[in-house]
Design a protein around this ligand. Structure first.
Ligand SMILES: *[C@@H]1O[C@H](CO)[C@@H](O)[C@H](O)[C@H]1NC(C)=O
Ligand SMILES: *[C@@H]1O[C@H](CO)[C@@H](O)[C@H](O)[C@H]1NC(C)=O
Ligand SMILES: *[C@@H]1O[C@H](CO)[C@@H](O)[C@H](O)[C@H]1NC(C)=O
Ligand SMILES: *[C@@H]1O[C@H](CO)[C@@H](O)[C@H](O)[C@H]1NC(C)=O
Ligand SMILES: *[C@@H]1O[C@H](CO)[C@@H](O)[C@H](O)[C@H]1NC(C)=O
Ligand SMILES: *[C@@H]1O[C@H](CO)[C@@H](O)[C@H](O)[C@H]1NC(C)=O
Length: 565
């Protein structure tokens, strides 16, 4: 789907695509070299490259389609009488006169050949015109900009392993979008973040609401917008049909028909946007919780399935609706087209079921056989990686209490191996939730009402070079028991008073450098500038009264010699 980008840009795309398709072959040959030890790693790596190749091939096919459309433009510009009111010719770009022969001259020989082939075939009077998205969504032709996002905030990250699609709409009551994004991000490590793209799709046409939501995301997750982890996109008003003119289907009230029809189109848009950006696509929602390391787990499951030649279509990481369904990006056009064809007829999760049904079931056999067949293409991963947290659906009045029983309990703390240190705090512990047990990864620390000036101290047995620190406060059972207005401070071992580092950081009267603090989500995390050198101690320093107790569910101190996670 998608109106073709401007024809002039396309030739460079074509050349780039040729390179993109050829290079991985070379890389494959180089990498699957002698340094692989076991057969298992070999088949896993092969599977990974196979998936990647499939994705690149689909990108290449898209470019070929582009060329076919481009050549139609060229054909049209030479014989204007053949112009009809078909899709692409409605676009203003087709009225721009351009010099055909000069365009051809700048193309590579391969591109020229493809172009010649398809130009010839489109010139035959008998050549067919295949239906496109415009046939199913004719309203898209009313505005040439109907497929152009009305809002886009993106650093154009592409070529990732996994694209996570997070659709969001305005809700009457509570919005969980920010906490969902925070949860997704904190459950990825840096390696996972680097190979992931989160696409937030705002399914609204009210520009004020879109800008406001985008601004909120930017304020809270600015660094992740900046480094390309998060894209925010919204469709144009003309992307949607007149929802009042929908057919009533399944005997549903109009409001419900509107809601589920729009959801189909939202998913189609989001998938079409995500498709060229990564190897796998995972559909999520804006009110979910994820498990730790879910990206790695999903990727591994996909590669394992591919390595044993399971011809999967869906990998399912959550039992509910459409949450946590993984697809190969190369196969998304199936879904997108299916949703476009039947958007007015069925809810999106039914359509997915129907599509698989249509692909694999034999109608001469019974339902049981169909179920067995489907299970060969639709694999469930247990326990679930995602849980639904919202209780108010975006459909007015619909209360959504469904919870995934397979998700299990969310851990109340996350253990780590930390450098030897003696720990102490003047915050009184509750029961046996002592700080030293939390530091050793046996439990969490839970203390009574912190007071201004309270400290949580980690004094190292020997001064160490600390690379990163992470303190997570609150947990799923006691989310509000966080550290508020609390800074993270380190005591350098041997800095002289004249070291320039003292002007880089704020410091306390007793000689600690303030290196960070807890954010609104109860997380304090960061790297330690190597210029600080070795440190004797790291501590948390409370500055305000709190109405809540304070709970530390994760303490992770990484020194430069210790890479254990
Ligand atoms: C397309 O053409 C119409 C009429 O000529 C004009 O109103 C519209 O602004 C144009 N759109 C673009 C994107 O140029
Ligand atoms: C188109 O470009 C070719 C090559 O650059 C040139 O020879 C020819 O005169 C151009 N034709 C027109 C109509 O500008
Ligand atoms: C062009 O068409 C010929 C004959 O149909 C075919 O063999 C050739 O592969 C095509 N070339 C390209 C680049 O598509
Ligand atoms: C993630 O990507 C950034 C930017 O390319 C890079 O500086 C950083 O080292 C990467 N981190 C990991 C753990 O690969
Ligand atoms: C130092 O403190 C001031 C005032 O509290 C603050 O504005 C500034 O950002 C701090 N600088 C650093 C490097 O933390
Ligand atoms: C944090 O504590 C300091 C010192 O008591 C106070 O001045 C400041 O307003 C507090 N900040 C917040 C956000 O509560």
């Amino acid at each position: 789907m998608g109106l073709p980008p401007s024809p002039l840009r396309r030739r460079s795309c074509l050349i780039v695509t040729t390179v993109i398709v050829l290079v991985p072959f070379t890389v494959l040959v180089l990498i699957v070299g002698p340094d692989l030890s076991t057969e298992q790693t070999l088949s896993q790596r092969l599977a990974e490259y196979q998936m990647r190749l499939q994705y690149l091939e689909s990108m290449y096919r898209t470019r070929q389609e582009d060329v076919a459309i481009l050549s139609q433009y060229l054909g049209l510009s030479q014989s204007p009488t053949s112009s009809t009111n078909s899709g692409p010719s409605n676009d203003n770009t087709s009225h721009i006169p351009f010099n055909t022969s000069s365009i051809l001259e700048n193309l590579s020989p391969e591109a020229r050949l493809i172009l010649k082939n398809s130009t010839l075939s489109s010139r035959f009077p008998s050549s067919l015109r295949m239906p496109t998205a415009f046939h199913f969504l004719p309203h898209l032709l009313d505005d040439p900009m109907s497929l152009k996002p009305s809002f886009l905030m993106s650093k154009s990250r592409t070529g990732v392993s996994i694209v996570l699609g997070v659709p969001t709409v305005k809700r009457d009551k509570q919005s969980y979008l920010m906490s969902t994004l925070q949860n997704l991000i904190t459950n990825m490590d840096e390696v996972e973040q680097n190979e992931t793209l989160i696409v937030v799709f705002i399914g609204e046409t009210d520009m004020d609401y879109i800008s406001l939501t985008a601004k909120q995301i930017e304020v809270r997750f600015g660094s992740y917008i900046e480094n390309g982890l998060i894209d925010v996109v919204a469709p144009s008003v003309s992307y949607y049909p007149n929802f009042d003119k929908l057919r009533i289907t399944l005997n549903d009230p109009l409001e419900r028909v509107k809601w589920r029809s729009k959801q189909n189109l939202d998913f189609a848009f989001l998938m079409a946007y995500a498709q060229p950006k990564g190897t796998f696509y995972v559909q999520l929602e804006d009110d979910i919780l994820a498990k730790r390391a879910f990206v790695t787990i999903m990727k591994k499951f996909a590669i394992d399935k591919t390595a044993v030649r399971d011809n999967w279509i869906v990998l399912d990481f959550c039992q509910l609706g459409f949450i946590g369904k993984m697809f190969k990006s190369a196969e998304l056009p199936w879904l997108i087209t299916f949703f476009q064809m039947f958007y007015n007829d069925k809810p999106v999760d039914w359509l997915l079921d129907h599509l698989i049904d249509t692909k694999v079931c034999n109608w001469d056999k019974d339902q049981k056989h169909c179920k067995q067949e489907k299970a060969k293409y639709w694999f469930h991963y247990k326990p679930s990686l995602f849980q639904h947290i919202g209780t108010t659906s975006s459909l007015k009045g619909k209360v959504q209490k469904l919870k995934d029983k397979q998700f299990g309990k969310i851990p109340s703390f996350y253990p780590h191996h930390n450098p030897p240190a003696s720990v102490k705090t003047n915050i009184a512990p509750y029961k046996n939730f002592h700080l030293n047990r939390a530091y050793r990864g046996e439990s969490y620390f839970w203390g009574l009402l912190p007071q201004p000036g309270d400290l949580v101290q980690f004094v190292f047995s020997h001064p160490i070079s600390l690379k990163r620190y992470l303190f997570r406060s609150g947990n799923s059972e006691h989310p509000s028991d966080r550290f508020y207005n609390t800074t993270v401070e380190v005591l350098p071992d041997s800095l002289t008073e004249t070291s320039p580092i003292w002007s880089t950081y704020n410091s306390t009267a007793d000689g600690y450098l303030i290196v960070g603090g807890f954010d609104a989500f109860g997380l304090a995390e960061g790297g330690i500038d190597p210029k600080i050198g070795t440190i004797k101690e790291i501590r948390l320093h409370v500055h305000s009264d709190s109405e809540n107790w304070a709970l530390l569910s994760e303490i992770h101190l990484q020194d430069t010699s210790n890479n254990v996670r």
